[in-house]
Design a protein around this ligand. Structure first.
Ligand code: IVH
Length: 284
């Protein structure tokens, strides 16, 4: 059980550790012309045809977890990209993240990276509870997930039903030379990966993927804000290299912010158990 896994000593400050590989961000693009430029730039610098992996861009809090001899050692937040907070005690309470990995030919050391997410339904439930108790509401599932990760009491984290989708496997001795095969390997080792990830053999297929998910993503239990496009071949990733901030072999296509016009019907004031008054906008 999560509480047994974390033991009873709680409320320690987080320690910071350096990331073995810096946690870079992604360059963003908002239109298909820029995406075609990205493809053209890449094809000039790498050898051979370029295959892309399209992944949904999950809107949560990123995490980087190191395993040594199959055991979870540290789980670091992104922090400033160079150093992150060690939130291992909290991560151990998320039942879908393996603490021990057993598999044939497991590398002595590897790192998995992913996004910690709060399903929209859980977010709504928690905000309803918080509203009844007169507590501040979380603005969105991403803030709720990020805030929960930084909670000092792991039993609170355990109660919040966080999930994690992994999108990256890193290490010195990985058996495969493509990102996609490494993702499949990570899922065979017990990490949740996204089943909607697809390999595309040209930028036209990438654009089809983006169009398909523009509306379909509303059916998913989590918030997504775009698509991440990555070069599949690790040798080509090395050829393309990095800028100071982001890899040249990947880009994020961001969907237009979800906006809608509605009418403010009334404002009511909820009085919580402790006397806090929370104004609530009632929308059409
Ligand atoms: S790859 C070097 N893949 O988006 C590549 N990131 O600025 C690093 N994110 O903070 C990231 N879904 O937490 C990657 N499928 C995905 C992702 C993803 C969400 C987040 C990630 C990072 C930000 C990129």
């Amino acid at each position: 059980s999560p509480t047994v896994k974390v033991g009873s000593d709680i409320a320690r400050e987080f320690r910071q550790y350096e990331h073995r590989y810096p946690m870079l961000s992604l360059a963003n693009t908002y239109n298909f012309d820029e995406l075609r430029d990205f493809d053209a730039r890449l094809r000039k610098v790498v050898t051979g045809p370029v295959e892309y992996v399209c992944e949904l861009k999950f809107d949560g809090a990123s995490i980087s977890i190191t395993y040594i001899n199959g055991l979870m050692t540290t789980a670091l937040t992104r922090g400033d990209g160079t150093r992150g907070d060690d939130v291992s005690a909290n991560i151990r309470t998320i039942s879908t993240i393996p603490v021990v990995v057993k598999a044939p030919n497991l590398p002595d050391e590897f790192i998995v990276r992913g996004e910690i997410l709060m399903p929209r339904a859980v977010f709504r439930r928690i905000n309803e509870e918080r509203s009844k108790e007169g507590l501040n509401l979380f603005a969105n599932p991403r803030n709720a997930a990020a805030g929960t990760l930084k909670t000092l009491d792991p039993s609170i984290v355990a109660s919040r039903n966080l999930e994690c989708i992994f999108y990256f496997l890193l290490g010195e001795s990985l058996p495969f030379r493509t990102h996609y095969k490494n993702l499949i390997l990570a899922s065979m080792w017990g990490f949740s990966t996204d089943s909607h990830t697809e390999v595309c053999s040209n930028i036209g297929e990438v654009i089809e993927y983006i169009n398909k998910w523009d509306t379909k993503r509303e059916e998913l239990p989590y918030d997504t804000d775009g698509v991440v496009i990555k070069v599949n071949s690790i040798d080509q990733q090395i050829e393309a290299g990095y800028t100071a901030k982001s890899p040249r072999w990947a880009i994020a296509y961001k969907y237009k912010a979800e906006q809608a016009l509605t009418r403010l019907l009334s404002v009511s004031y909820q009085v919580g158990r402790t006397g806090t008054v929370t104004p609530v906008a009632n929308l059409d």
